[in-house]
Design a protein around this ligand. Structure first.
Ligand SMILES: Nc1ncnc2c1ncn2[C@@H]1O[C@H](COP(=O)(O)OP(=O)(O)OP(=O)(O)O)[C@@H](O)[C@H]1O
Ligand SMILES: Nc1nc2c(ncn2[C@@H]2O[C@H](COP(=O)(O)O)[C@@H](O)[C@H]2O)c(=O)[nH]1
Length: 188
């Protein structure tokens, strides 16, 4: 089977982590662990959810791409990508839309499958973040960030190549993800 990275992108709370977890558990796709200077949320573990970094240690790594999102730095390394590919030809990563666009530019076209998640009612995102246990002050900051506003709609540079999945109903979402995975690997 040819190698592919399933890049899961979309706005905050749309379900990127949930979809990646599904790809990991159901399809055994290793998740590429990325780096961030953000503080861990309750229940997040270093080296599992992220490599949590200080500003100094973040700066010491070499990144395939890096972004600032809501005031924190995030980056993914080529080494992390290759480490995941050593385990399985099909892997997954969660990126913001800018990172997803960089992956499309930097990797061979047949190696990247972009899934852009959305919801039909934007207010649901707030409710989901509250239910996830996020700090309410931090939710308000994030929902006012320029990156949140940017990612409310699929950016033009992803439109031609991304699979858009409306994640309102989790059971339906899993079916849509299954269809994307099958279509992406059927001729390999
Ligand atoms: N279809 C759905 N219906 C209801 N709740 C959902 C659905 N999909 C995911 N969730 C819940 O919404 C919350 C946010 O999901 P998740 O953490 O996967 O989003 P995310 O896109 O990774 O967010 P962020 O970018 O903020 O990290 C979680 O508590 C998750 O369980
Ligand atoms: N371009 C990149 N985006 C990344 C990376 N790791 C995570 N992310 C994205 O950042 C935002 C915020 O994440 P959160 O965990 O604080 O909610 C979200 O859109 C992630 O997809 C990365 O290495 N590069």
């Amino acid at each position: 089977m040819k190698r592919k990275v399933f890049v899961v992108t979309g706005n905050t709370g749309t379900g990127k982590t949930s979809v990646t977890k599904y790809l990991n558990e159901f399809y055994e796709m290793p998740k590429v662990v990325t780096h961030t200077t953000r503080q861990p949320r309750a229940g997040e573990m270093d080296q599992v959810d992220y490599y949590f970094e200080s500003h100094d240690t973040f700066a010491q790594n070499h990144y395939l791409e890096q972004v600032t999102y809501d005031g924190n730095q995030y980056g993914s390394s080529r080494e992390g990508l290759e480490r995941a590919f050593e385990k399985n030809p099909l892997i997954t990563i969660v990126l913001d839309t800018q990172g997803a666009a960089t992956y499309l530019e930097e990797l061979p076209a047949d190696e990247v499958v972009v899934i852009y998640l959305t919801v039909s009612k934007e207010h649901d995102l707030y409710q989901r973040l509250v239910k996830r246990g996020d700090d309410v002050q931090k939710i308000h900051e994030r929902l006012s960030s320029e990156e949140y506003v940017r990612d409310t709609q699929i950016p033009e540079n992803l439109q031609a190549q991304a699979h858009v999945v409306e994640n309102d109903d989790w059971e339906e979402t899993k079916n849509k993800i299954d269809a994307i995975v099958q279509a992406s690997i059927q001729n390999d």
